[in-house]
Design a binder for this molecule. Structure first.
Ligand code: S3P
Length: 426
């Protein structure tokens, strides 16, 4: 499918975003091993989070779905049934990596598969700690999906992650729920802590400090009634788009502002974006607020070191901001971009060049000089949701129409993206 984006002069209105993708995955997985029925409201409408629900169902856990409300009938940590078929994670790295933690401690074998993109993404990062805990894992070429997990009685582990990854941290903590004793994960840079926050909501004691978190198994999780905040990473597209278009005034309601994700807001403010946080409340341990953004004069910025890990999902759309800013955008220490749904350094560079925008790439980042303009062009999502949406933002600020091939990719995290954009672009 394709979408044609016409240049726009401003974005206006007030919108609610789909439920946060990271939090939705975690609530669904934890609910599936809790005792009793968990209700999750504002569950992400994205295909990725529905892949998680599909896997949980294949594991014999009843899941009722009505609009954005999900009821998961958990049966405790050992309530899964040996799956009669492969568990299909679709495009979702979070599903395959985090669920593997729960599967490693079961007394059965399961096989996780994914689509073409997921089948090229590295799995050694979860295989290593899970094997150290006692599970046996067979992967294609020793590192890619499909992965076959032979569950075992797990030993606790103290694991220092070589890459900063919330998916790996979560995988090990979830496996730790099933291990006898204390499991600790140490991270080289701060990553999102939704798993730690959600585990506490489900009644599990999580100890944590600067750069580490521990759980003690075997744990017991209690069913809960939960509401997922709006997705800040989805908000990023609208925050940047509104900032780029001078007359904009847009309100995003009920957005999750967890401090481990909100580096985005700090970065945008430092880059010159006029953002106000209108109201902030705590919901299930997660801060949630309304954001107002206005058309802004953009300075640009540098993303490096720990900030690269904190902004990893937003870097594609920040590249668009960089090109339109005064000073441009430099990204370093972000080699992880190369192993996302696409190699996002290459896909960003390819599309920007198609739009007449200069970019220099490196192994771990790129430099987009400032004061550039976007030309009308045809670009491609390459099957990557965040690339599709980032280039829709570039299209709004372009000198002519921009055709986005493969626009359906947006539905991986945000199926309503195109209609929402039409509503607020007028
Ligand atoms: C996620 C962690 C990040 C992020 C992904 C969601 C999560 O991946 O890119 O979109 O929910 O834990 P990594 O753990 O691979 O950095």
């Amino acid at each position: 499918m394709q979408e044609i984006i016409q240049p726009a002069s401003r974005l206006q209105g007030s919108i609610r975003l789909p439920g946060d993708k990271s939090i939705s995955h975690r609530y669904a997985m934890l609910a599936s091993v809790a005792d009793g029925v968990t209700t999750i409201r504002n569950y992400s409408s994205g295909a990725d989070c529905h892949s998680t629900l599909g896997c949980v169902r294949t594991l014999g856990i009843p899941v009722e779905l009505e609009g954005r409300e999900v009821k998961v009938h958990g049966r405790g940590l050992r309530g899964y049934a040996a799956p009669a078929q492969d568990l299909d994670a679709g495009n979702s790295g979070s599903t395959i990596r985090m669920l593997s933690g729960l599967l490693a401690g079961q007394c059965f074998t399961s096989r996780l598969i994914g689509d073409e993109s997921l089948s090229r993404r590295p799995m050694q990062r979860i295989m290593k700690p899970l094997e150290e805990m006692g599970a046996a894992i067979v992967a294609r070429d020793g590192k890619f999906p499909p992965i076959e997990i032979h569950g075992a009685a797990l030993r606790p582990l103290d694991y220092a992650m070589p890459v900063a990854s919330a998916q790996v941290k979560s995988c090990v903590l979830l496996a730790g729920l099933l291990a006898e004793g204390r499991t600790t994960v140490r991270e080289p840079a701060k990553t999102r802590d939704h798993t730690e926050v959600a585990l506490r909501e489900f009644g599990v004691e999580v100890e944590s400090g600067a750069g580490w978190a521990s759980v003690t198994g075997p744990a017991r999780l209690e069913a809960r009634e939960l509401t997922v905040p709006g997705d800040l990473s989805s908000a990023a597209f609208f925050l940047v788009a509104a900032a780029l278009l001078p007359g904009s005034e847009l309100v995003l309601e009920g957005v999750g502002l967890n401090p481990t994700r909100a580096a985005l807001i700090d970065f945008l403010v430092a880059a010159g974006v006029q953002i106000a946080i209108l109201d902030i409340q705590m919901k299930h341990g997660e801060p949630v607020g309304d954001l107002r953004v206005r058309g802004s004069r953009l300075k640009g910025g540098v993303i490096e070191k720990g900030l690269a890990a904190a902004l990893i999902d937003e870097i594609p759309v920040l590249a668009i901001l960089g090109a339109a800013s005064d000073e441009g955008l430099i990204v370093k220490d972000a080699a992880e971009l190369r192993v996302k749904e696409t190699d996002r350094i290459d896909t960003v560079a390819h599309n920007l060049r198609n739009m007449g925008v200069a970019i220099e790439t490196a192994a771990d980042g790129f430099h987009v000089p400032g004061k550039q303009s976007f030309q009308g062009a045809t670009v491609n999502s390459y099957g990557d949701h965040r690339i599709a949406m980032a280039f829709a933002v570039a299209g709004l600020a372009a000198g002519g129409p921009v055709t986005i091939e493969g626009s359906e990719a947006a539905s991986v995290s945000f199926p309503e993206f195109w209609s929402t954009l039409r509503d607020i672009a007028g």
